[in-house]
Design a protein around this ligand. Structure first.
Ligand code: PLP
Length: 408
């Protein structure tokens, strides 16, 4: 009999969302007439914009026509999209179309990228964190077992709490791989140019690689906040950037994202030989991936057009408006919150002594609103609660009105 990859035995159960759904179902069964508003949702609710729909429809028709039909495309993505990304997102930053790799979304890119780095690499993640960074390294055997404190023994944790203004401090122990996500999920916070520069300088000095998740880049509104890590000098030697059309253009169902791997990002091979990660990633993708669908790449290209930008920006503005209203509603209850300005996430600090599951139950029972307990994103999330602006505008307004009547 074959044996399994026993690292999988170290994976935590999908406890968070299962437990939310269990509590929600139990409450709904007891209160069938209640209109429950979900503000914990991490999925978009607005449909694809017209510019995307017309590009998508035109591409669908091409696929049914002898002259314009396309079969397998390049594994790294079509040149039309790679070029559109290089010029729309990275003009003046030294990134070329050849550094951009198209995929069917960031989750798989982020989960897969660690594969081309040594299984012995030391990995640093923030706490709280988007769970994919931790879990993909558990599968690869870098994280070891989870200790009683809810942290994997083999990972280096970078706490982000009110005590450090949610900005991770440079680690004492040197990591080889550092995952950073800004604008951040779940806290909704951003890093200033100076703060991001510190990380780039650290990575350069310590020969570490930063895997920079910029899935929420298009939500940045504050002037001066870097949209790309390549705005920082020297980042093209140490950083790989991940972006997604999921939240920026409503592609959570359509699926498209990309990774930027500049040629100067390198790591050690055998006998100290220096290897370009771009070549290795290209090799990996050619072997294990057959490319994002042509019709989806045409739809993604339309996001970068004038109409696509105008229309998707309006949708993002409406999610940010929701997030702002949610943040203010909690603040007026005396609960300080961060996020919701340059990100769709609002991270609420609960009163001393209230744990995040108690708050979940109180919010559900008293005002019939669902959010996400912060502890689900890591032990430092205990005492916090995540809400999102992705809900429907009308429901979000109703939730805000209900919150006015809420007290703990
Ligand atoms: N990165 C972060 C921080 C996310 O929150 C998400 C999705 O929720 C993703 C990546 C994955 O995005 P995609 O839909 O492109 O797989």
């Amino acid at each position: 009999m074959a044996s399994i990859n026993i690292n999988y035995l170290n994976l935590p159960g999908d406890y968070l969302f299962l437990e939310i759904s269990r509590r929600l179902q139990a409450y709904a069964a007891k209160n069938p007439k209640r209109n429950i508003i979900r503000l914990g949702i991490g999925d978009v609710t607005q449909p694809l914009v017209p510019a995307v729909m017309s590009a998508l429809s035109a591409a669908v028709l091409e696929q049914g026509n002898n002259e314009t039909f396309r079969g397998y495309g390049p594994e790294q993505g079509y040149a039309f999209l790679r070029e559109a990304i290089a010029s729309a997102c990275y003009a003046g930053l030294g990134i070329s179309a050849g550094d951009v790799f198209i995929s069917d979304g960031s989750k798989c890119d982020i989960g897969n990228f660690q594969e081309i780095l040594s299984p012995k690499s030391r990995v640093a993640i923030t706490d709280p964190v988007y769970p994919v960074y931790a879990d993909s390294n558990v599968m690869a055997g870098r994280a070891g077992r989870m200790a009683a404190n809810g942290r994997f023994k083999g990972l280096i944790y970078l706490p982000c709490t009110v005590d450090n203004d949610f900005v991770p401090q440079l680690p004492e122990e040197r990591p080889d791989i550092i995952y950073l996500c800004y604008p951040n999920n779940p806290t909704g916070t951003v890093l200033s140019r100076e703060q991001l520069s510190q990380w780039v300088n650290y990575a350069r000095e310590h020969e570490a690689i930063i895997l920079f998740d910029a899935a929420y880049e298009s939500f940045i509104r504050t002037p001066g906040i870097p949209h790309s890590i390549y705005e920082i000098d020297g980042a093209d030697e140490v950083a790989v950037e991940f972006r997604s059309y999921s939240k920026s253009a409503g592609f959570t169902g359509l699926r498209c994202g990309f990774v930027v791997v500049p040629p100067k990002v390198r790591a050690r091979g055998l006998r100290g030989k220096i290897v370009s990660l771009r070549e290795l990633w290209s090799r990996r993708q050619s072997t294990k991936y057959n490319g994002c669908p042509y019709i989806v790449q045409r739809a993604a290209q339309a996001v970068h057009g004038v109409e696509g930008q105008r229309q998707t920006s309006a949708v993002i503005a409406s999610y940010l408006h929701n997030a702002g209203c949610i943040r203010r509603a909690f603040e007026s209850l005396g609960l300080p919150a961060v996020g919701g300005i340059d990100a769709p996430y609002v991270w609420v600090r609960l009163p001393e002594g209230t744990n995040s599951w108690q708050f979940f139950d109180a919010l559900l029972e008293r005002v019939h609103i669902v959010g996400t307990p912060g502890v689900g994103f890591g032990p430092c999330g205990e005492g916090y609660f995540r809400l999102t602006g992705f809900g429907n505008a009308q429901e979000t307004q109703e939730a805000v009105e209900r919150l006015e009547l809420f007290s703990l």
